[in-house]
Design a protein. Structure first.
Length: 127
């Protein structure tokens, strides 16, 4: 099952997850995309859209993936398939700086309440 987030371009719905992480990262420096980077008639590819809340967006994208994986695990359990199913989660993205990704932020997140909150949800911890 392919999931393309988080990817170099940071984009997430402006929903409860974004609101949650905007509060956690209130003083972010916005990423301003280059000429033609933002959606509209003058957009050009390649280019990453501007993102006023890059860290909050990244965190919201990661939690969204966690929710999607949780939905898959729930369906496997619901259909009696969880005992004999191996789930492998892999990424084709390493640390990079495109689209205002900051590898140092990943280190901060790794040692923060953000990831503990996302990944230590009791219902999603594999046994």
């Amino acid at each position: 099952m392919p999931i393309v987030t988080p990817h170099a371009e940071l984009a997430a719905p402006d929903d409860e997850l974004m609101a949650k992480y905007k509060k956690m990262f209130p003083n972010e420096e916005p990423y301003v995309g280059g000429k033609g980077a933002d959606y509209g008639p003058d957009m050009r590819i390649p280019g990453y859209q501007s993102q006023p809340y890059p860290h909050a967006t990244f965190a919201a994208m990661v939690e969204r993936i966690d929710r999607y994986v949780g939905e898959v695990l729930d369906k496997l359990e619901e259909n009696g398939l969880s005992e004999n199913t191996l789930i492998i989660f892999s990424s084709d993205n390493g640390a990079h700086q495109e689209g205002e990704q900051t590898p140092s932020f990943l280190i901060v997140m790794d040692n923060s309440e953000v990831l503990r909150e996302i990944y230590m949800k009791e219902e999603y911890v594999l046994q």
